[in-house]
Design a binder for this molecule. Structure first.
Ligand code: ADP
Length: 242
């Protein structure tokens, strides 16, 4: 197989929508214990790539390997089972359920957590993102910043090996972004999972990520450390539209 244990490998991934090549031959390797930033201008294919990696969109061409297993074309529930968890740009909670129930449901539906462990897992995840005190609250009553933390807790409760976060910093205040940074660093340190993060907040990305992968019009235009990527002319051009 391609890629060893502890890695997610995408090879030449293509996703088309009619004539549009939203993702146009992207290859990347993402390891456990690593924080990888996925950036690029609006419409460059970031969310589409996450949707393809997690099986929510059917891949047009290319391959995806997780821990040496070819998962290309697998359904989302099967992909979740091998340890890929994601969050959404638009938070999707069951509003009539409590915060704790929302996290328990996610743990159970991943198929990775036995029923008898789901509640403990949910508490642990809520503690990790700093909102255990909100556990009994109805999800509908949460302010936006807290909803995003529940969303991360839902992914964490599945005991992921690879965590894919789609704009976790969107709509957060500056102090909330600082808290998010600290939380994600701690998650990586304590759980050793890989974290792939899409975000528009360049300061968050530059401070948090070990490596950054840059897309433009569905193609990779740069990859490397934050310092390498920051100096890359193609990246400066894509962002400034020069
Ligand atoms: P990003 O996340 O980088 O902003 P997206 O992955 O959302 O970019 O979108 C990439 C391109 O694919 C855009 O041109 C977008 O309009 C298009 N696109 C995304 N989803 C669909 C869809 N379901 N149908 C048609 N076009 C889509």
């Amino acid at each position: 197989g391609r890629g060893a244990t502890g890695s997610l490998v995408a090879i030449g991934v293509v996703k088309t929508f009619a004539a549009l090549r939203a993702v146009d031959g992207v290859s990347l390797t993402f390891n456990r214990g690593e924080i990888l930033g996925l950036i690029g201008p609006n419409g460059s294919g970031k969310t589409t790539l996450i949707n393809v990696l997690t099986g929510m969109l059917h891949i047009t061409a290319g391959e995806v390997w997780v821990n040496g297993t070819n998962i290309t074309g697998w359904a989302p529930h099967r992909i979740a089972r091998v340890g890929l968890a994601r969050t959404f740009q638009v938070v999707r909670l069951f509003h009539e359920f409590s915060v704790l129930e929302n996290v328990e449901v996610a743990a159970l539906s991943s198929g990775r957590i036995p029923r008898r462990e789901a509640t403990a897992r949910a508490w642990e995840a809520l503690e990790r993102v700093g909102i255990a005190h909100l556990a009994p609250w109805p999800a509908a009553a949460l302010p936006q910043g807290e909803e995003r933390r529940v969303e991360i807790a839902r992914a964490l409760a599945t005991a992921p090996e690879f965590l894919l976060l789609d704009e976790p910093g969107a709509g957060l205040t500056e102090p909330e972004v600082e808290t998010l940074l600290a939380t994600l660093s701690t998650i990586r340190r304590d759980l050793g999972c890989g974290i792939l993060i899409v975000d528009h907040d360049m300061r968050l990305i530059m401070r948090l990520c070990d490596r950054i992968h840059v897309l433009n019009y569905g193609r990779t235009i740069a990859e490397g450390t934050p310092d390498e990527v920051r100096r890359e002319p193609a990246v400066i051009e894509a962002y400034l539209g020069a």
